[in-house]
Each structure stands twice: as C-alpha cells, then as structure tokens.
Design a protein. Structure first.
Length: 423
C-alpha cells in the first residue's frame, strides 16, 4: 500500500485550482443512466471513487471514457440493471444507482453496501422512499432486488435529511407518473447540482437547496453536456492546511458560498480569509484561537466532511475547543492518530475536547477514512519533523494526486510506493 512521506514545518504558499466535486459527479454520472445516448460531464476529477462508478456503468453496458477532466458516457447499450457485488463493496455511494436503474428499466439489483470506518451508514431511508414511489423491494441476504412496472409520484418525508436518499428519490421520481414531493430533503450544494443536471436533461424539478423538493414526472430524459461544481470539501481541506501551516494560499475555481460555515469558524479563530468571486485567499498569520463549540450537522451547518480537518487547526490553537460530531457515529478515529503526533484531545461519546498545543511532532500514522486521512496530511504538514501517512488509498478516493497538489504549494511531500515482495 502507498504511503505519503511529509517533512513538516513549512508554510504553504502559492495558488491552486480546485478539482470538481466528487460528491456531485457521482450522482450525476449515475443520473446519466436516465437518458439514452451520449452525455458529456466536465470538471470530473480522477479519483478512485469516480473510477469505481465508471467501472460499474461499464459493467451495466455503458461506454465510458475519462480524458483530462471530461467523462463521455454512452448509455444506449445498457443491457442489465444488476450492479456487481465486488464493485458495490468498493464504494458505498453506488447505492444511489437504484433510483435511475429503477426509473429507466423497472428493475435494479444491488448489494447492501456494508458499514465502513465512519459508521453503519444505513439505507432504510433510500428503501422507504423507493417503496413510497411504488417499488417492490426484496432483500435476500445482502442482495436487494427492486422492481416497479411503473413508479407513481408520492409525498415523501425523510426522517433525516439524508444526502444519498434525497438523490436516489429524485432520480427515481423524474420518470414517475405524477408529482413527487420530498420534505425534510437534504440541502447540500451537490443536491442542487444534481437538480440542475436533471433539469438540463428535461426533468421538471424545483426546490433543491431547500428542505422541500417537488418533481413532476416526465416521459423521457435526454443526455446533455454539463460541468460539475467545484469540490467544497477539497477547498476547505486546502484552506485549513494553509492556516495550520501559517501559510498564504490563493484557491481558484471555488464556490465560497458553499463554505460559509467553515469561513465563519476560521475567521473566528483568527485566520485571515478574503473572498473575491470564485477566489479565496487564506493567510494564517497568527496562532489560531480556540473555538468553544463546533457541531457538525446537515448543510448549511458545519459539514461532517470537514470535521477532522478543522480539528487539526484547533489542536494547534490557543485554548480549549469542543467539537461534536452528530452525523456519523464512527467519525472520530483520527483522534488517536493525532494524539500520537502530540495533540491533546479527549473523546467522550461523539464529542472531542481539544486542548491546543504549540506544536505537533511527526509520526507514522494511519488513515482510517477519506477525510481522516486528509486531516493527518494537514497535521504532517504543520508538524515538526517527518510524518508517514499509511493506507493512502483512502485519501485517493477523494483527492486527486494530493501530494502533487500540496507540493505545488511548497510542501515537502512524496508518495512512496510499496516495496515489491522479493520472496
Ligand atoms: C454523503 O453520504 C456524502 N457522500 C458523504 O461524504 C457525506 O459525509 C454525507 O453525505 C453527509 O454529508 C456522497 O455524497 C457520495 P447521508 P451519504 O445519507 O449520502 C444516516 C465523503 O467524505 N442514514 O446524508 O451516505 C447515515 O447512517 C463522504 O466524501 C440513515 O440512517 O450520507 C448517517 O448517519 C463520507 N438511513 C446520516 O444519515 C439512510 O437511509 C447521513 O447520511 C441514509 C442515511
């Protein structure tokens, strides 16, 4: 397994262009199945999760090419609606293939995606929504078979504003008979991006970005060309890295409006942030101040996907901060790794009590999930000495060549490939 080797203590500086959003591109690629023909999706980063999604679409019969940051997808030869189990295991979010497959082919067969490092990640809200639209769902072991001769519009209320469930229901309802409303819908920018994409394909949807989405079913959708929004979590990760290393970084091709909660927290901690259209400038001039309380919650509150990263800044802050994780029950595993680097953090259930220290020290640490891995890279950049981050494949799921991106900002970071086994 690859490792990242980081010589810390150098302030980041320079300019970086932000990649397209993984969590917008994934549902948009799945939604392409709703049209018959060739779609062109731009600003799609080269990531493990994107490659897995493209391989699933190829298994279903699509032709898919990913050149530079553009995906060309031909869905005219799709011949099955059965997602292979080995590929389902590689990426949990393939569960939202159910909606488009059901809508277009009347049938979908997927596998329970299973838990992962950050929590159980149930799919009951997905299944309840599809059943409300008239789907018959059978669970045989870890296999899920959905069937529906015709999907009928319905009023659906989500018990929790699940991002994936909102997306799955949207993609199923666009070809249903009649009107569907989704109340207590997720409001993330990626939901709005999916609505824009579906509307361009000919769907009738409104309300994305609010807690109520209304969909009028249509008979067919046509493939289109679309450009995915910038990745707000990669943007936030680089912003925190700039501040944690006391650096000065300019981020281009961003959407600052998607990061208001992070910008608010970082400014309160004393980081200078200047926003101008799609450019964000971050200057970590002084030691950050502690933040008494940050609670992760659904958008537009502080995002769970930036919780582990901001924790590194707070670990170096002057004072005691409290971070509460309310979205995923297993998303504080990076605390043990940060403690090995000298952080002073105590965890009690889903809350972390972070007493800032003047500096962190390099160590060998292990990435346990995508964002925890990114946080350990930030800690390594800020720490005194050498840090080795193991299990880097987690990070590669969401960050395009993270070592190349950070080296462009002056970091001393390299990827060490596994030593071939000579035996
Ligand atoms: C999406 O995951 C993102 N992934 C996650 O990003 C992100 O952390 C999450 O939304 C929350 O913002 C993609 O978009 C591909 P949820 P998703 O359904 O859709 C519970 C990353 O790092 N829940 O909003 O799986 C669930 O257990 C990834 O890029 C149910 O109980 O998130 C969790 O506690 C990690 N039943 C909470 O809701 C359900 O049917 C949030 O899950 C569905 C979810």
């Amino acid at each position: 397994m690859d490792k990242l080797v980081i010589e810390g203590g150098k302030p980041l500086s320079g300019t970086i262009v932000i990649q397209g959003a993984k969590n917008a591109a994934l549902p948009i690629l799945a939604a392409s199945l709703l049209g018959d023909g060739v779609s062109k999706i731009e600003h799609v980063p080269h990531l493990l999760d994107i490659e897995v999604m493209l391989n699933i679409l190829r298994e279903l019969g699509c032709r898919a090419e990913h050149k530079e940051d553009t995906v060309v997808l031909d869905t005219s030869a799709v011949h099955t609606s059965h997602v292979p189990e080995p590929l389902m295991k590689l990426m949990r979010s393939s569960i939202f293939l159910m909606g488009p497959l059901l809508a277009r082919f009347g049938e979908a067969q997927v596998y329970l995606p299973g838990g992962c490092a950050i929590g159980e990640r149930k799919i009951d809200l997905h299944l309840q929504g599809l059943k409300a639209l008239g789907a018959e769902i059978e669970e045989i072991g870890n296999r899920i078979i959905c069937r529906a001769d015709k999907l009928i519009g319905a009023d659906i209320h989500l018990g929790f504003p699940s991002v994936g469930a909102t997306e799955n229901i949207m993609m199923a309802a666009v070809l249903a008979d009649g009107r569907t409303t989704i109340s207590n819908a997720a409001r993330e920018p990626e939901i709005t991006d999916l609505q824009h994409y579906l509307v361009r394909m000919g769907a009738k949807i409104m309300g994305a970005g609010t807690d109520t989405i209304t969909i009028e079913g249509v008979n067919r959708l046509t493939p289109c060309r679309y450009e995915v929004i910038p990745d707000r979590i990669v943007t936030g990760t680089v912003m925190v890295a700039a501040a944690a290393t006391r650096g000065s970084v300019v981020l281009q091709r961003t959407q600052p409006a998607h990061l208001t909660s992070l910008i608010h927290v970082m400014r309160r901690s004393g980081v200078q942030i200047i926003v101008d259209d799609d450019i964000i400038r971050v200057d970590g001039l002084v030691r950050p101040r502690a933040i008494e309380r940050i609670v992760t919650a659904p958008y537009p509150a502080f995002p769970t996907d930036l919780q582990s990263q901001i924790m590194v800044l707070l670990a170096l802050a002057d004072g005691v901060s409290i971070m509460k994780e309310t979205i995923f029950e297993g998303r504080l595993k990076h605390v043990d790794e940060l403690s090995r680097m000298g952080a002073d953090i105590r965890v009690d259930l889903n809350a972390a009590f972070i007493r800032g220290v003047p500096r962190l020290y390099g160590a060998t640490v292990e990435a346990t999930d995508l964002r925890a891995g990114a946080a350990l890279v930030i800690a390594g950049l800020a720490a005194q000495g050498r840090t080795i981050v193991e299990q880097v494949h987690h990070i590669d799921r969401g960050y395009e060549k993270i070592e190349v991106m950070l080296a462009k900002l002056g970091a001393t970071i390299s990827r060490s490939l596994p030593v071939p086994n000579n035996s």
